[in-house]
Design a protein. Structure first.
Length: 279
């Protein structure tokens, strides 16, 4: 049975397939790792900090070997998948809804000689086109926020994991006690109604039989990352406009400012969430 794509998934697909967004994420957000970075110091580059997040998460994986099967949800350009395949020799499936990003992922994976260990699938994580109990680990970085039905995503994660499998992910969230109505500028920008929270994920995953391994709040890194990207755009404004257009760049600078403001007001949260499936 074919399940229609949600409006949120369709919007995300159209956005990330656009030339403006593709140029921005490749040139300013972190290159092959387009997620929130973990900064060791003020001088660290966006790309290095983004890779550092991957390294921290990889260090939390349990019993990984060349036989391990990993699913990366919302894999972007596939940087995390290539890192995991190189470091552990594991087989990685990259699931992503952007044809543009998947094409570059394939190009970089081919250049890295990793096509035998990495599979790239076009699809969305609300309807994962994969059989039940297929993966030992499900991994995701800053992607699930784009879903309009996050409980559906968690159902799908539980379905494709083997019993006792690991689910490790990051996601930009609101704080557990965030006041109603204050995230309007952020939500309007990303065309969503809500953000999740640490408590939402704790409760929703517990309902699905998951046990919490650990949760590491790192909200200061969200603030740092969005501000660093915003400043990079301002400092390289003419280059950014040439690549992505003035309207896109101006809106991005404004939107990133809303994220920084939300973090400063303690409305936002971010960190690494690490859970084990039942079984």
């Amino acid at each position: 049975m074919t399940i229609s794509k949600s409006k949120a998934a369709s919007r995300a697909e159209a956005y990330y397939d656009s030339e403006a967004a593709d140029a921005f994420y490749q040139s300013f957000w972190g290159g092959e790792d387009i997620h929130i970075g973990s900064y060791k110091n003020d001088g660290e580059t966006i790309a290095d900090a983004s890779r550092h997040t991957v390294e921290i998460m990889a260090g939390k994986l349990q019993a990984v070997s060349a036989k391990t099967r990993i699913l990366d949800l919302g894999s972007g350009y596939g940087g995390s998948g290539r890192y995991l395949a190189r470091r552990f020799g594991a087989h990685v499936t990259c699931l992503n809804l952007s044809t543009t990003q998947n094409a570059l992922n394939h190009e970089l994976t081919l250049a890295g000689g990793l096509l035998k260990r990495i599979e790239i699938i076009h699809g969305d994580f609300e309807n994962i086109p994969i059989d039940d109990c297929r993966y030992d680990i499900v991994w995701s970085q800053d992607a699930i926020l784009h879903s309009g039905n996050r409980e559906r995503v968690l159902d799908e994660v539980a379905r494709v994991l083997v019993p006792g499998g690991q689910f490790i992910f990051t996601d930009p969230m609101q704080t557990d006690d965030c006041p109603d109505g204050v995230l309007g500028p952020i939500l309007d920008r990303i065309q969503l109604d809500t953000l999740s929270s640490f408590q939402f994920y704790r409760d929703a995953l517990r309902e699905r039989g998951f046990k919490e391994i650990d949760i590491i709040p790192m909200t200061e890194q969200l603030r740092t990352h969005y501000n660093r990207v915003r400043l990079e755009l301002k400092n390289r404004y003419d280059e950014a406009v040439l690549l992505s257009g003035k309207e896109y760049v101006d809106n991005m600078i404004k939107g990133l400012g809303h994220w920084v403001d939300g973090a400063d007001k303690s409305y936002l949260a971010w960190g690494i969430l690490n859970f084990k499936a039942a079984g």
